[in-house]
Design a protein around this ligand. Structure first.
Ligand SMILES: [Zn+2]
Length: 146
């Protein structure tokens, strides 16, 4: 019985995804959210990620980033975190990003978090982050979004 349960949980993680705790490294590893990661990424978001990566990030962001749409805990529009077999996960909240344009904007925002990941203040939106967002705007990244 126990064996059966373990096997079904294992298969379940492939079909339904898995739950993960997202921690804030800049705040003593405090858990900030529990996120349901689906088994498969969102195909459209993945294709935007790789297009934006090539056009605006010199293709320098990791190619295995796992981008998906989910129901995040209240107040999170998007989240970037280290996860499982992919180096990074980008979660986009379904309710707070109802349109394609919202999702594209949030994706670009989260991609800047990927770019700064590992820096001391990567979770914050300090001046280097804002500067990078302004550069993206100047480069036309938001032309089809706003
Ligand atoms: Zn942010």
């Amino acid at each position: 019985m126990t064996k059966l349960l373990i096997v079904s949980l294992f298969i379940g993680s492939f079909i339904f995804g898995w739950q993960t705790n997202v921690t804030d490294h800049s705040n003593e590893g405090m858990t900030i959210a529990t996120v349901m990661v689906p088994a498969e990424p969102d195909a459209k978001m993945m294709s935007w990620y790789s297009g934006y990566n090539a056009t605006y990030f010199n293709d320098a962001l990791p190619h295995d980033t796992f981008v998906f749409i989910t129901d995040l805990p209240t107040r999170y529009i998007g989240l970037t975190f280290e996860c499982g077999q992919a180096r990074y996960c980008i979660a986009i909240d379904r309710k707070l990003n109802p349109t394609i344009q919202d999702r594209q904007f949030t994706l670009l925002h989260e991609m800047v978090h990927v770019q700064f990941y590992g820096n001391l203040d990567y979770t914050l939106h300090r001046e280097p982050f804002k500067r990078r967002m302004r550069e993206l705007c100047a480069e036309g990244a938001f032309d089809d979004i706003f």
